[in-house]
Write a protein that binds this ligand. Structure first.
Ligand SMILES: [Zn+2]
Length: 438
């Protein structure tokens, strides 16, 4: 199996930990309902059209085959403010390619190590404690608790990924997580002082069953931490390309608190992180716990969200317009460059480039090729657009006038690496939040 490296942040190469999506479309009326509260979904947040699955990179031999496209239609629930992707009958096939992982970047591992140190210090975790992580992957995070002698359990449905964790000394259960598994663990006395869910909540189709399970898995005074991309940043920074089929839900703190409360969980702290274009780390405990008092951070983030009108439909109405404007400006730039005979190449082949290029209708007539450091992707093609992916040296050999940075979250790092394009007057282009030439 080819090795697949996880991009440091903001990519969709995240291990899937979910089973098939439960169908929430009323067979008689065709009405879709909210994944959390069950209210009818009427309002479109943004409709990004049809897009192929972001993790299928056709090889040269596969170019004569078709690809399956799915709609990327995102709704906003006007009852609980959960932003969510429409679900599809054939969603099972979305997961078929997700049997594997993921070795993590150095910067991500540092982030994890720091988290473990902070949690041990703040909650006094030691040899007498028990830490459980849902979607624990290859033990990338729990290894730092193991190193300090804190007993852990990883829960990871992909057997080959779990095997890598076990080999590095991280006990791992190969199971899908939900209420049923949490009850089994609790019945065996295995409730946790700390339950961790990093970048998994967005990918959970049965949100209520999952969050209920998190509560069941907690000790009475235990702490739950969840990390997920922050909807406020997605809207503010126009990060529409982070919407893809694997991400079913997009959370604000407002909707998160409602979801937690419905499952007897109380949010007592929140941190804003830079990862994934701006994430939240939410701390919660059981409603009845008196150990953890609410920090001012909760009020601050809530204040920001209310200021951005995320507690009203007004806060969501302009997103589709702002996305369309960004598309028109980006396409306009590329068409002008093409008319002037200028050569445009891409840099990177992250999952989010599929959404960007499909929504914008861009093919290799406008971006001739892209490059990527992952040997797995080199020689393959971007999904749908079939833009070829080469080794980064191809840029030096072909001297393009513009290099479009597709993983925009790494813009500074990439511009430093590619300073040499200045030698022939090359310039950098970043498409998000709006097309900008450097
Ligand atoms: Zn709802």
């Amino acid at each position: 199996m080819p090795e697949r490296r996880r991009a440091p942040e903001g990519d969709c190469n995240e291990i899937m930990t979910t089973m098939a999506v439960p169908q929430r479309i009323d067979a008689q009326t065709g009405t879709k309902t909210c994944r959390f509260c069950g209210a009818g979904l009427q309002r479109t947040f943004v409709d990004l059209g049809m897009s192929p699955l972001c993790e299928t990179y056709p090889s040269a031999a596969e170019l004569n085959r078709g690809e399956v496209y799915y709609p990327l239609h995102v709704y906003i629930c006007e009852t609980c403010w959960l932003v969510q992707l429409e679900e599809y009958e054939s969603a099972e096939s979305i997961f078929s390619n997700y049997a594997y992982f993921a070795s993590y970047s150095d910067s991500w591992l540092k982030h994890c190590e720091k988290y473990c140190d902070e949690m041990r210090a703040r909650f006094g975790l030691g040899p007498q404690s028990f830490v459980a992580e849902v979607a624990s992957n290859d033990g990338y995070l729990l290894q730092y608790f193991v190193r300090e002698g804190v007993p852990v359990l990883g829960i990871e449905p992909a057997a080959n990924v779990a095997k890598a964790a076990i080999e590095k000394g991280v006990p791992t259960l190969v199971r899908f997580f939900g209420t049923q598994l949490a009850k089994e663990l609790a019945a065996g006395g295995r409730t946790a002082d700390l339950v961790i869910g990093n970048n998994v909540l967005a990918q959970v189709p049965d949100l209520n069953d999952f969050v209920e399970g998190l509560e069941v898995l907690l000790k009475p005074e235990g702490v739950l931490t969840l990390e997920f991309p922050h909807l406020l940043r997605l809207i503010e920074l126009n990060e529409f390309d982070t919407i893809y089929h694997e991400h079913f839900s997009y959370f604000s703190l407002i909707s998160t608190i409602k979801i937690m409360e419905a499952h007897r969980l109380r949010v007592f702290d929140v941190e804003e992180l830079k990862s994934h274009g701006g994430s939240l780390r939410v701390f919660a405990c059981r409603t009845g716990s008196e150990t953890h008092s609410v920090t001012p951070n909760v009020e601050e983030v809530m204040h920001d969200e209310v200021n951005a009108k995320l507690d009203r439909i007004e806060g969501y109405e302009s997103f589709a317009r702002q996305v369309k404007t960004a598309k028109l400006e980006f396409v306009d730039f590329l068409v002008t460059a093409a008319k002037q005979g200028e050569k445009v190449a891409g840099y990177g082949a992250p999952g989010k480039s599929a959404t960007l290029l499909h929504y914008c209708g861009i093919g290799k007539d406008l971006i001739e090729y892209t490059v990527d450091r992952s040997p797995y992707k080199q020689g393959r093609h971007l999904p749908g657009s079939r833009i070829p992916i080469y080794h980064p040296d191809h840029i030096r050999e072909t001297r393009p006038d513009y290099v479009v940075i597709l993983p925009w979250n790494l813009t500074n790092e990439i511009m430093q690496q590619l300073q040499f394009i200045r030698d022939w007057g090359g310039r950098f282009v970043v498409p998000i939040p709006k097309v900008t030439v450097f």
